[in-house]
Write a protein that binds this ligand. Sequence first.
Ligand code: SAM
Length: 523
Amino acid sequence: MLDLPRARDRMVNIHVGRRGIHDREILQAMREVPREAFVEPGFEEFAYEDTPLPIADGQTISQPYIVAFMIEMADVKPGDHVLEIGTGSGYAAAVMSRIVEQVYTIERHPGLAEAAKRRFEKLGYQNIEVRTGDGTKGWPQAAPFDAIVVTASGPGAPLALQEQLDVGSRLVIPVGDDPDLQRLLKVTRTGAATYSEEDFGGVRFVPLIGEQGWSENGTATDVGRPLRHPHPISLPDMIAAAAEPLPDFDDPAFGALFDRFADRRIVLLGEASHGTSEFYRARAAITRRLIERHGFTIVAVEADWPDAAAIDRYVRHRRPRTGTGAPFLRFPTWMWRNTDVAAFTDWMRRHNEKLEPSAQAGFYGLDIYNMSGSIGAVLDYLDRVDPQAAKIARERYGCLTPWQHDPSTYGRAVLTAGYQKCEKAVLEQCRDLLAKQLEYAKRDGTDFLDASQNARLIASAEHYYRIMYYGGAESWNLRDTHMFETLEHLLHAGGPNAKAVVWAHNSHIGDARFTEMGVVRDE
Ligand code: SAM
């Protein structure tokens, strides 16, 4: 069952409040208006995602945050008379109607205007007047307005709308001729014939089509008073200013450019798309340099531990584990089962050939998804070092057997159908194995590290799949914490001088305090 009031509250707190909208009246109005009543049938479950959604006539209901942002920019207050151009679903008008005295809203598509009217009637919102027509000409009979909000983007701010502002009143409008990026402007009438203008940055809206907007074929009609369009420095410009030219990565001079990171304990090599072949080769060239010249011995990647462990055995000339399938057969196989990774691991193997085991470079996985592989690895290890303990571990991990091949169904079964929770069993198993570290590791420290990491992974994965069912940030944070702790264990096992190169998505290694992940989603 969808808990829409809860989702609405969450949307207001997280997507609106935490992104800097603090106006209590706007937040309260958004808590009151049921956005699910304004989306198309079938889209209700997405009503509280912070995203625009399609509505009839090829139009959109705007993203909740942008609705709040525009209303805040328009600085609407109780008692105000407000004009909206672009009724669409009616949602923004409904939100404003909970704050001001009267909302006038114009929509060019009659079907949308009628549907919005019906929604307002059903919800008992009586202070909204809807009209079908060209909103670029405004609503002269009801002017002047305390604020005008335009929810479609025009070539400029229509003169008619500017003239229908009271002195001191605000017009908020997206403008620009790029269909993918416009600027959000606030025009304030400062006197009988004077206006000031502020730019609130990049936005994306459907076009404002009308006499003082765009024509149906996309050309500008009568733009009205010309506006200054300041061009702030763009993201590509900022990247260009920070970028340094690199030689081809097969050129020895390429690796030398990364010597500046030689003294770091951890070098994080991120990416946003899992990369192209060129990216994989560049990353390998940087890593080779750090291993060869600067004493890095840990390559820790966003891959599952037991799968990476098979590669680690290969690159360090250890015997393969028997009875296990080939690694990296799970989606996305192309991420690690590709020729560029193979070339890199072959290089690692050659590099390690003449080195003492303690000086060899290893290949490790930080991720938690291959729970069944880890269960197999722990049992295999205990069968060899402590058959009695293996028997107990088999019983404990047996709890997870029904879910091993589709662990994502485990959380749902436990939480909704009352299946036995396996938390206690997997934690006890992990604790027992770690308690025997001194005894077990005497035989082979590397094997013990592998087994203990697998036992940790099973405990993390059990928890992960259980809370994943709820969605939200908790499961993401658990997975990231597991990856971070795995890196810590690797560094700890490698001793005080151990140095690591990490290959992972930016979402794991970037600083979430500066992205929506952290600021908005608590990740
Ligand atoms: N405020 C709407 C909501 O909350 O659902 C979202 C509006 S949608 C982004 C923009 C709307 O502007 C579309 O429905 C489009 O048909 C309308 N529109 C475009 N040009 C218009 C014009 N000249 N007059 C009135 N409506 C217009």
